[in-house]
Structures are given as C-alpha cells and as structure tokens.
Design a protein around this ligand. Structure first.
Ligand code: OSB
Ligand code: MG
Length: 372
C-alpha cells in the first residue's frame, strides 16, 4: 500500500546557536534551515530537517538552493508518484543530480511518517539494535588554548566519550599537543575541514605521536587521491567527511586506501536510505563508521540518533545534547546526554514531539504544497 501523502509543508526557521561555531572556514552563529512536514490522509505527520548552511562553505548547497530544489523539483516528483516505502524515494530523486541535503530533508520526513504509520520507532524501521548510543562532542576553534582546555574539561566532566577539535594551519599540532598533555587518556580527534594540501605531509606526520583516534578530512573537499597518498605516509587513521557523497564514493575511497574510517552524515549522502547502504557496506568490510553532525535542531538530531542505533556505528558520533546548541530546541523532550549516552526513544517515528510553540517562535515563513 502506498503512503497517502496529502500535504507537504516547508517551515523556514531561524535559530541562534548558544555559541558561535568556528571552523577553518569561518564562524557560524545563526542557523537558517527548513523543517519539512509531510502530512498523510489520517493526519499523521512526519518531519525532516534540511542541513545546508546559508553559505556554501561545507558543500555547494545552501538554504536557498535547498528551497529551490525542494519546491521546484523534489516536491513535484512526489506529487506525481506513489511511494510504498521510503527506500523508493532516493530512486525517484535520482533524476535530479546531487543536491543531497535537499533530497535528504524530504526523504527524512517520509521516513518519519512511514515509521509512524507502521507504529514503529524510526530506529526499529531502520533495523537499529542499540537502546543507547555513545556520543562525543565537536568543539569549534577557540580564541586561546586556555579557553579550549576549559571547554574540554567541562565536556569531559559531562561524560562525552570523545572530543573532536577543529584545527587549521597555525592552530594545529601545538594545540593538540597541549590538549594531549592535559588529557593523557582522552579519546581525541581532529577535524581540518579541508584546510591542508599534500605539501603539508611532513607537518601532518607530527600528529602520529599524539595517539589521535583519527584525523578528519585534512585535504580537499572533493579529493580521494591525495588522501590515499597522505594515508600511506601517516599512521593516524584518516576519516573522510566532505569527500563522501554516496556509497560509490565510499567504495572508491576504501579501494584506494584514502581513509580507514567513514563519517556518515544523512544530509551529505542524500538521505537515510543511502546512509544505511553505506553502513551495510562498511559493516561487511569491517570499516568503522560514526554519525557526523550539522549543528542540527531537534528533528535532524532525532534522525541522527535513530541512524546511530545501527550496529556498525561503533565510534561515538557528533550528536551532542540539544542544550549544547540551543537555548530552546523545537522538540520535546529535548535530546539529552547522560554520561556520554543518549537513550533511544521507542515511541513511533523519530520519538520526539514537535513543540508547536517553539516551532512558531523560530519560524520565519511557511509554504504549503497540496497533493491530489
Ligand atoms: O565538519 O563535521 C564537520 C559542523 C558544521 C559543518 C561541518 C562539521 C560540523 C561539526 C559539528 O563538526 C558537528 C555538530 O556538533 O553538529
Ligand atoms: Mg568534518
């Protein structure tokens, strides 16, 4: 039986992060994004969240391109086709090149709606097995090393299972050395967001003495060849983030030896179905994966929680608690982290309710698309 979608709504939201988030590219404080609401004929509602930023520094997508592609291409495709299972959505969308975050936002709403109609949690619908998930935290570049050490201390006390430190040229080895010195036992990783080139091999090699869990995306956002050369030259495992947009990318990266670990982000790979395909492949070939983050609000965060319940997510992800990011999140309850763990909800769908008032407060516009 097909999923009887009656209406899709695009809620445009604007929310301010508690703390500005600094990467090798710049600083982010206000986040604009869409909450996608898919309503069926029984009035059940599924939710998705778009994760592109206002400027295309991470991938080429932006809030505006997400809106354009959803409104002018993806929603019209949904209006013309019947869907029995959310796994069909990525095939339906394959006539549209890339625009993975736009695709994932819509597909996410359909996954949630499907799970609710089946009276299953999203985790269950995906075949997830864990009841709790381990999480770490991603820390933006701080003004000084002292600030960074203070922030790390706070998160370690809160129980986060590992810390990820953003680095860039000039703010890398010395910072990491200092952190390692103060936290000899801590699981530490570094994320460069593509700030280096192969000219930096000798420099990056110095990280080998710091016992890092991994070095995330040191080289170009679209590269897998140079990463293979770098991985051959250093001991620290490389994890790819920006370079992975599909299962095909994963197969090539693994074949070339470009990395030893994969960061899976639902938005970057075009949806939960593709994320699951990547997970299954990595499980078969024994490649550790973890779930990355895009500074999501509650809906996107809930999708990440559900995905992380799949068994090959063996490394802690970047899914920190709601209150780390937001004064007030849009879901109830909020995502809470206790001793570095999130308890996976067992209610139908994403398992968190949208708070109507909080949604309204953050909303700057709504567009409605009816299905016939
Ligand atoms: O590179 O993983 C990244 C945030 C925005 C864009 C890219 C990245 C990040 C993070 C933060 O590292 C993850 C999070 O806390 O959501
Ligand atoms: Mg990254």
């Amino acid at each position: 039986m097909s999923i009887p979608i009656k209406q899709v709504k695009l809620h445009k939201l604007s929310m301010r992060l508690n703390n500005p988030f600094m990467t090798s590219f710049g600083t982010l404080q206000d986040k604009e994004f869409f909450i996608i609401e898919a309503v069926d004929k029984d009035g059940k509602r599924g939710f998705g969240e778009s994760v592109a930023f206002t400027s295309p520094w991470y991938t080429e997508e932006t809030v505006k391109t997400n809106e354009h592609v959803m409104e002018d291409f993806l929603i019209p495709i949904l209006q013309k086709n019947e869907i029995a299972h959310p796994d069909e959505v990525s095939n339906l969308f394959s006539s549209i090149r890339r625009n993975n975050m736009a695709k994932a936002a819509i597909e996410g709403a359909i996954w949630d709606l499907y799970a609710k109609r089946e009276n299953m949690s999203l985790s269950e619908a995906l075949g997830g097995t864990k009841k709790t998930i381990d999480v770490g935290i991603s820390i933006g570049i701080q003004p000084t090393i002292q600030d960074l050490l203070h922030v790390i201390e706070k998160y370690v006390k809160e129980g986060y299972k590992r810390v990820k430190i953003k680095i860039k040229p000039g703010r890398d080895i010395d910072v990491l050395r200092e952190v390692r010195f103060h936290f000899p036992e801590l699981s530490i990783m570094a994320d460069a967001n593509s700030a280096y080139t192969l000219k930096d091999v000798e420099h990056l090699k110095k990280m080998d003495e710091l016992d890092l869990m991994m070095l995330e995306q040191p080289l170009a956002h679209d590269d897998i060849v140079d990463h293979a050369k770098l991985q051959a030259a250093i001991e620290t495992p490389i994890c790819l983030d920006e370079s992975i947009n599909s299962l095909d990318d994963v197969k090539k990266a693994i074949q070339l030896g470009s990395c030893k670990i994969i960061n899976i982000k639902i938005g970057r790979v075009g949806g939960i179905t593709e994320a699951k395909r990547i997970h299954d492949y990595c499980e078969k070939y024994n490649i550790p994966v973890w779930c990355g983050g895009m500074l999501e609000a509650g809906v996107g965060r809930a999708h990440n929680v559900a995905l992380t319940t799949l068994p090959q997510f063996i490394l802690p992800g970047d899914t920190a608690g709601s209150s780390h990011y937001w004064q007030e999140d849009i879901i109830r309850p909020e995502v809470e982290v206790e001793q570095g763990m999130i308890h996976v909800p067992d209610k139908p769908g994403i398992g968190y309710e949208i708070d109507g008032e909080a949604l309204k407060k953050a909303t700057v516009g709504v567009k409605t698309f009816d299905f016939h």
